[in-house]
Ligand binder design. Sequence first.
Ligand SMILES: Nc1ncnc2c1ncn2[C@@H]1O[C@H](COP(=O)(O)OP(=O)(O)OP(=O)(O)O)[C@@H](O)[C@H]1O
Ligand SMILES: [Mg+2]
Length: 250
Amino acid sequence: MNPEPLLHLQGVRFAYPGGPELLQGIDLPLHAGQCQVLLGRSGCGKSSLLKLAAGLVSPSAGEVRWRGQAVRGPGPEVALVFQRPTLLDWLSVLDNVLLPLSLHRRVQAQDRAHALQWLERLGLAGFAQRAPSQLSGGQQSRVAIARAWMQRPALLCMDEPFAALDALTREELQQDLLAVCAEQGTAVLFVTHDLHEAAFLGERVSLLHAGRLAPGVELQEPRPRSARWREAPAFHAACAQLRRALEACT
Ligand SMILES: Nc1ncnc2c1ncn2[C@@H]1O[C@H](COP(=O)(O)OP(=O)(O)OP(=O)(O)O)[C@@H](O)[C@H]1O
Ligand SMILES: [Mg+2]
């Protein structure tokens, strides 16, 4: 493994203007292709940490480094799937998926074909010409995921992306996520409240509590993982360990 992390949060502290200090010394290295999951109670700062990783906000102390260089703002290699889908309703679903690309260059027929493939893979074939407001909440979440995958990012930051989905769709998309990341070598920083989702996806699952990352759980199971991993005793042991760790964060 390349010793230089792709993304490295080093001694990061953060507060919103006029607010209390939310993050108080975060050290988080993430290597290319790795999947790091963040768990933590509501309001503990997970979304804020993702925004720091994506360069949307800056630390008040410490540094966020990307390929060894200090991050000064959002970059083209990082995509963020926000906690809310943030789609533009005056654009069709297809044009929403193409939006990040269209900001950089002229969209071509093969880009449209590619976007339609993502929509199909996410179960949205036939929805391409609709407005986002004509979709259900879970369908809108999937459009936001297609938009992120279209960017072929080196790092995908995902903020509870599957929260609005039913259990089976959610499991299918977790598996798709691992498959796509394996195909493209994508690293993932993934926020969830769901212990099973964390144990299915994560190579490392960390807990954010009181502004710090508590020691997490390492999951050695090779990826991409199949549905069999959900049945494995090691999976259930990891879920129980995560639950105890989360309960200790009170
Ligand atoms: N733009 C902002 N300006 C000021 N305070 C903010 C802003 N965004 C979030 N906060 C505050 O920062 C704290 C952490 O918010 P954040 O959204 O990072 O939490 P979270 O861990 O993602 O929570 P949840 O699990 O509910 O999504 C909260 O107390 C919130 O009120
Ligand atoms: Mg959040």
